[in-house]
Design a protein. Structure first.
Lengths: 560, 324
């Protein structure tokens, strides 16, 4: 790290990483920054901005669906809105939020002063930023993409979608995809090469482990998406015919390429969350993680299996029972390492002394919500059930239980946990509780009933629906839940903005935590560490604070 | 009304139509593996919820300043049990799934399809292979017979799904898919296109009219005839207009000089209960409204607006509504 100055990187000299821009060089300093903490914070703000945009889009959609035969939105506007909602939430909310936490925390957790390639780090962020910008420019350029976030062929061809929206979808995702890949390269090198000397792989915090595994997942999955996006662009702009049957192309080829990326992507959005919770449950239960080795190994198992399950998105495309059975087996199998983690966390809490901070409340809620999403996920691996329920509102319910009840709850838990470190200020726990209960209530009100709607025959992606028995009332309940969630998010933003400006200063280690990021100041100085404490177990800071009860001296523990 | 019947009424509001109101042997078999899974999933869910509640109540911090609990970082035996129990469960369901799949969807092999159904943006075309009868959107099928449906797509990917009849199946341009169905009781079963197919995906609904073999034969008989000749002068004028105003280049009316294949077959249009894939009832008022401005009734539909005058609208409506 000492050689960094020799690289002549234009880094800010007087940086005080905060969540606001009210420091001496203002906005310019943020734009030119190559400091991992500031880039991490920018990722998080980017994610927040897109959360609001994607949220407004879906509130319009929910308003349209509140009553049967509604005419609030026409089909054209509706299709653009739900497409943009899905694309935004996956590529520009969850992904940047996860990468934001990782960019901020990985160097701190391994005792490094920055990422391996600081300028590449900035490039990754700005690629993501401009990818999102390009995607949204489509609204001004003549219409947003309207073929759904998975953009099926041949609906994505010029004949069926002649507005430029899908061109912007392709180029926007291509840009941000490159950013995601470069960020992952950066994580792999940082984690493998820049850990403090005495931190072996077995002493690595689980969050860092999951980011490492995740980065390999990204490197293997995104090329498939990027290739497919280029192929669509060629089809649309240069009259190639990869996906055009009349020219000898194949409609199903797109689905194979997309889901070969798309299913690993689901794990890309959940593995880091497993990492976050594997930090949070031990801290608030005052115990080490139950089965450190199992959590790491199951993460690797998930990453490998993730590339052999994509056809479960295509069970209804008529590939035949033999192929379907193979992918049913792999999909059922991947459910095991994923689901068993819930018991790891429960066992971590067992016998502990649990502190119910907002961060922990999200953890506890996650256990239940993620179980619902996981179980409904397993039902798709049972092919006959999938044949009935795929492409219905049951899927919409399932994926939101995984993406919100899983990924977003994890990110919110992480936000409440790391906010004092990142901003140097305390996040009001009392208002945080209001937010928690409002959000959890709204979330379940919105999505629980959608399981029933799917089983009752409501297909997804319909801009309106006939007044069949029960459909109207369940959709209305869902819309009301959506409003509760919107109010909750408003409250969260108010809470964050207010806390950044006026909340009391936080101590360096407010949660009595275990890992290295808590040994430095809150917020950390530009140089993260002047000196790093010895690392002999996965909980070095706890060992340091309690020298008579260290993990490495205890017999039978697998902390070391 | 007793509590019990009130409950039954409430429940029926939410189960009809649904994957539990089965009307075919295929749907029945899927329902039973579905119910089996639901039971196992419920057990798993309540185990997690129970444990979560128990743990949070029992192990919540009682007072501040409480010392650190015992530091336990694993238990090999428990971890093995945690992996093996779910593993056994998924293996069990894998075999149940496999058995159901081969019962519900055996390969089509050399069997001849009974009906060829083609998905169009945004309507369904049905051709009965043995008789050559063609119809659209309201598809009549006989009960008590194992039927093979051949599923095709004319433009983008569509998906055939009638929950009461069982599995859904994609219709993919350039390749044929097959679906077996053995309907058990007569009735009208609704369904919908389940793969996003563009602007009017929402109004691509299906009505399957399942009839006893006798009634089905009668229906087939009545539909294998040519279109009814118009009797009154208004309808006759409508017929002339239909052939002249290029309606005939997209729609077929058997026995007339109208052989278009882009739009639905209208030979026996007036015998259908609904129009435009379930968007509205098939009444003269609605037909007239549709002809006046298709984009207002079903935005995005591929039917152009012809700007007919009032007389022409009346004539065409009169002609179409007598095509029994």
């Amino acid at each position: 790290m000492s050689s960094r100055s020799e690289l002549n990187i234009p880094e800010p000299k007087h940086s005080i990483p905060g969540m606001g821009v009210s420091n001496n060089q203002g906005l310019l300093q943020w734009i030119s920054s190559v400091d991992h903490k500031q880039i991490g914070i920018m990722y998080l703000w980017l994610s927040m901005v897109f959360l609001v945009i994607g949220g407004i889009e879906i509130m319009l959609v929910r308003m349209q669906l509140a009553v049967p035969n509604n005419h609030l939105l026409g089909p054209e506007a509706y299709n653009q809105l739900f497409t943009m909602h899905g694309t935004t939430m996956i590529f520009f909310v969850l992904t940047p939020a996860i990468f934001g936490f990782a960019t901020y925390l990985v160097p701190l957790m391994i005792g490094a002063n920055d990422m391996a390639f600081p300028r590449l780090n900035a490039l990754s962020f700005w690629m993501t930023f401009f990818g999102g910008f390009l995607l949204y420019f489509s609204f001004l350029a003549g219409g947003a993409p309207d073929a759904g976030w998975f953009n099926y062929a041949p609906l994505n061809q010029y004949n069926y979608s002649s507005s430029p929206g899908i061109n912007y979808y392709c180029s926007g995702l291509l840009l941000s995809g490159i950013g995601t890949v470069t960020a992952s390269v950066n994580f792999i090198v940082t984690i493998l090469k820049y850990r403090v000397k005495d931190m072996g792989l077995k002493q690595m915090p689980l969050f860092v482990w999951m980011i490492l595994i995740n980065s390999f997942l990204v490197l293997a999955a995104f090329p498939s998406l990027n290739a497919a996006l280029v192929m669509v662009l060629l089809d649309r702009q240069l009259h190639a015919h990869f996906f055009n049957m009349a020219g000898g192309g194949s409609a199903l080829l797109w689905q194979h390429l997309f889901w070969l990326f798309g299913h690993p992507e689901v794990y890309i959005l959940i593995l880091p969350i497993f990492g976050i919770f594997s930090e949070i449950f031990p801290v608030f239960s005052r115990k080490p993680i139950f089965g450190y080795g199992f959590v790491v190994a199951s993460g690797m198992a998930i990453a490998l299996l993730a590339f052999g399950v994509w056809v479960h998105h295509m069970f209804a495309t008529g590939l035949g029972n033999t192929i379907n059975n193979f992918f049913a087996a792999s999909s059922l199998l991947i459910g095991v390492p994923t689901g068993v983690k819930v018991f790891n966390w429960l066992a971590t809490m067992w016998g502990g002394s649990i502190r119910f901070s907002v961060s922990m409340l999200f953890g506890i809620a996650f256990l239940i919500e993620f179980t619902i999403g996981g179980l409904s996920g397993v039902s798709f691996a049972i092919v006959p059930i999938d044949w009935q329920l795929t492409d219905t509102y049951y899927v919409v319910a399932h994926l939101h239980y995984v993406f919100i009840g899983g990924s977003l709850f994890g990110l919110l838990s992480g936000l409440f946990y790391w906010f004092p470190k990142i901003s140097g200020r305390v996040l009001d726990e009392k208002m945080g509780r209001w937010f928690f209960w409002l959000f959890v209530t709204g979330f379940n009100t919105t999505f629980l009933v959608q399981h029933a709607l799917g089983a009752m025959g409501m297909a997804r992606r319909v801009y309106t629906y006939p007044d069949l028995p029960g459909w109207g009332i369940l959709n209305l309940i869902s819309t009301i839940g959506g409003f509760l969630m919107a109010i909750a998010v408003g409250l969260l933003i108010y809470l964050l903005v207010r806390s950044v400006r006026t909340a009391p200063l936080a101590s360096d280690d407010p949660w009595d935590a275990n890992t290295l990021e808590w040994t430095t100041s809150s917020p950390p100085a530009l140089q993260n560490f002047k000196q790093v404490i010895p690392v002999k177990s996965t909980r070095p800071y706890r060992d340091y604070k309690r020298p008579d009860d260290t993990d490495w001296s205890r017999k039978g523990g697998d902390g070391k | 009304m007793s509590m019990k019947s009130l409950f039954a009424l409430l429940l029926s509001r939410f189960t009809d139509p649904s994957i539990w109101r089965t009307a075919s042997s295929q749907a029945e078999q899927i329902r039973s593996v579905g119910n089996g899974f639901l039971a196992a999933a419920a057990a798993m869910f309540f185990l997690v919820v129970g444990l979560t509640i128990f743990i949070t109540v029992k192990f919540g911090r009682k007072r501040s300043g409480e010392g650190e609990p015992k530091q336990i970082s694993g238990n090999r035996k428990l971890e093995i049990v945690m992996v093996c129990v779910p593993l056994l469960l998924v293996v069990f369901f894998f075999f149940w799934s496999m058995r159901t799949m081969s019962a519900v969807m055996p390969p089509a092999g050399h069997h001849k399809a009974d009906v060829i159904i083609t998905g169009h943006q945004w309507w369904w075309q049905a051709e009965y292979t043995s008789s050559g009868v063609a119809t659209a959107n309201e598809i009549h099928l006989p009960v008590g017979k194992s039927l093979l449906l051949k599923l095709k797509a004319a433009d983008v990917i569509h998906d055939w799904w009638v929950p009461a009849l069982g599995a859904k199946m994609d219709m993919i341009p350039g390749s044929d898919n097959y679906l077996w169905v053995t309907i058990e009781k007569p009735g009208v079963y609704v369904g919908t296109c389940s793969e996003f197919c563009g602007e009017q995906h929402a109004w691509m609904r299906i009505r399957v009219v399942a009839q006893t073999q006798d009634n089905f034969n009668k229906w087939l008989q009545s539909h294998s005839t040519d279109a009814a000749e118009p009797t009154d002068s208004l309808a006759r004028a409508g017929a002339t207009l239909f052939m002249k105003a290029s309606c005939s280049s997209c729609h077929r009316i058997k026995g007339q000089d109208a052989n278009g294949l882009q739009g639905p077959d209208l030979t026996h249009f007036a015998s259908r209960k609904t129009m435009l894939s379930g968007i509205m009832a098939n009444t003269p008022t609605n037909v007239r409204q549709w002809l006046r401005d298709p984009q207002k009734v079903k935005p995005g539909a591929h039917m152009p607006r012809f700007i007919f005058n009032r007389d022409s609208l009346n004539e065409l409506t009169a002609y179409l509504t007598q095509l029994k």
